[in-house]
Design a protein around this ligand. Structure first.
Ligand SMILES: *[C@@H]1O[C@H](CO)[C@@H](O)[C@H](O)[C@H]1NC(C)=O
Length: 498
């Protein structure tokens, strides 16, 4: 890091000069200074994907899964070392400071903070000291710590004891984890996300089983998981409200993946089909919070497979989000599915009507570049959920072929810069139009271990050379562009409504 600092400073000066000269390289048109100044911009990454130091925590479901089935990880790798963040965080925080990031969104490893995992278990002193020090380093560097509690790394013991999120027993254990984090860190942490993309992890961890812990319980599995995630979130929010909110004055949400569903034609059937997809992906989690129950189309489609809420459970969910956190990456065209089948839809990346694509291909099959879809998604959230404060909690991409690049070539990510310019333009357009956008996080701060993709998927604005023993970090061109045009011009911290 010491050697990197002067180089980085020189690069930042050069990037600022370049952006001052060449207008197209500068901030997106819609991102005028007053709009930028309302939004806190930063970047994030998950604990399991970066921390390493696996010996310093209890095992998680991903340790078990990657050891038992390396063939299910694209490159056969594991995250025992990952980016070695636990030992290198001080240098990384200095890099964040030089990039002028205003927040860093990271998750806390449940298995590290609470090796016993369960309600009543004591925090590990070294883990508590580590997270506390990370938070202090960030604050000293002028960077807001934005903390996620669960990004997919369940302690293995909870899976072994009662099948993790398939059981209501997860609720008090999660509340203990959340309460411990609020108690230890809430004096300094003001923005919390209890969960990242519940629909995604419930589908993949307990529905299809393609992710750890590999439980393929189909609809019953994913909907049981979903219900317990919602109840765990609500109970954690209730603990925050009763014990911490008055003194700590923070805000809570969970992040929701919003893949925009564009009707494939002007027909009523296609409009209804697109709404069915939004209900199934987004309404599954946000409607119970804002409207008191699952969307009607999801109820009609799933019947008894969707476990209902008792009146007191429903009451606990109402109003348990202080803001809406949305992860927006791409869009789909949607047309009517099987006639007569309630809640059905068909989706594609290419319009069945005129053959045009939602956007250009990226380095990821599921992620085509569709900034227009993000714009519509933000307008939808604003309208459907009563104009909440909005936080874009993940935005990012991998360039085609980026994972094959090495050395200086790996830092030239003009594709990512273009992606960010077009997506940020839509965020700023929404904010100019009155959407209450308070924050935006790039996904991800650094190249990391991306679950079943291993190290084959690169989302980072900072490159990590996983072939070098020192796991050398270097900012990509996109990081320098964000620093000069976005990070440095935004609000100093996320401003939550009182
Ligand atoms: C093609 O159709 C889609 C809907 O299926 C529409 O959103 C898009 O604007 C159309 N593109 C062109 C070039 O007409």
């Amino acid at each position: 890091m010491a050697a990197l600092a002067p180089l980085l400073a020189a690069l930042l000066v050069a990037a600022a000069a370049a952006s001052a000269q060449a207008e197209p390289a500068g901030a997106p048109d819609q991102c005028t200074p007053d709009v930028l100044s309302r939004i806190a911009f930063g970047a994030g990454v998950g604990s399991y994907q970066t921390e390493g130091s696996a010996q310093g925590r209890a095992p998680t479901i991903w340790d078990t899964f990657s050891a038992a089935s390396p063939s299910k990880i694209a490159d056969g790798s594991n995250a025992k070392v990952a980016a070695d963040f636990v030992r290198r965080y001080k240098g990384d925080v200095q890099l964040m400071r030089q990039l002028k990031m205003k927040h860093f969104r990271f998750s806390i490893s449940w298995a590290r903070l609470l090796p016993g995992a369960k309600s009543g278990s004591a925090p590990d002193a070294a883990a508590a000291a580590y997270y506390s020090s990370l938070i202090d380093e960030l604050l000293a560097a002028g960077i807001q710590p934005l903390v996620v509690l669960y990004q997919w790394d369940l302690p293995q013991s909870l899976q072994d004891d009662y099948d993790g999120f398939l059981s209501p027993k997860i609720v008090p254990d999660f509340v203990h984890f959340a309460d411990t984090a609020f108690r230890l860190f809430g004096d300094r942490v003001k923005t919390w996300l209890t969960f990242i993309e519940p629909a995604v992890f419930c589908n993949q961890q307990y529905g299809s089983g393609i992710w750890a812990p590999g439980v393929a319980n189909g609809e019953a599995g994913r909907f049981a998981c979903g219900k317990h995630v919602l109840l765990a979130h609500a109970a954690a929010a209730a603990a925050y409200n009763s014990k911490y909110r008055a003194a700590q004055n923070g805000a809570l949400s969970f992040s929701t993946l919003v893949t925009w569903a564009e009707p494939a034609s002007g027909s009523e059937e296609d409009a209804a089909a697109a709404q069915n997809k939004l209900d199934a992906d987004v309404g599954w989690f946000l409607d119970p919070i804002f409207k008191g129950d699952y969307p009607a189309s999801l109820r009609a489609a799933k019947g008894d497979a969707l476990p209902p809420f008792t009146p007191s459970e429903a009451a606990s969910l109402r109003g348990s989000l202080d803001f809406v956190a949305a992860n927006c990456f791409t869009a789909r065209f949607v047309s009517a599915g099987d006639a007569g089948k309630p809640g059905a839809w068909r989706e594609s990346k290419v319009s069945p009507v005129n053959g045009s694509a939602v956007g250009a291909a990226s380095g990821l099959a599921w992620l085509d570049v569709a900034p227009w879809g993000q714009g519509r998604a933000l307008a939808y959230l604003q309208m459907r959920y009563g104009d909440p404060q909005l936080f874009i909690s993940s935005s990012g991409v991998m360039a085609p072929g980026e994972n094959k690049l090495q050395g200086a070539a790996a830092l030239k990510d003009a594709f990512r810069t273009d992606y960010y310019r077009s997506y940020l333009n839509e965020v700023c357009r929404a904010a100019r139009g009155g959407a209450r956008v308070i924050g935006w996080s790039a996904w991800s701060f650094m190249d990391a271990w991306e679950w079943t993709e291993g190290f084959n998927t690169k989302f980072g604005i900072v490159h990590v050379d996983y072939s070098s023993p020192s796991l050398e970090r270097a900012p990509k061109a996109s990081a320098l562009w964000l620093a000069a045009n976005v990070f440095s011009r935004g609000a100093p911290a996320v401003a939550h409504a009182a």
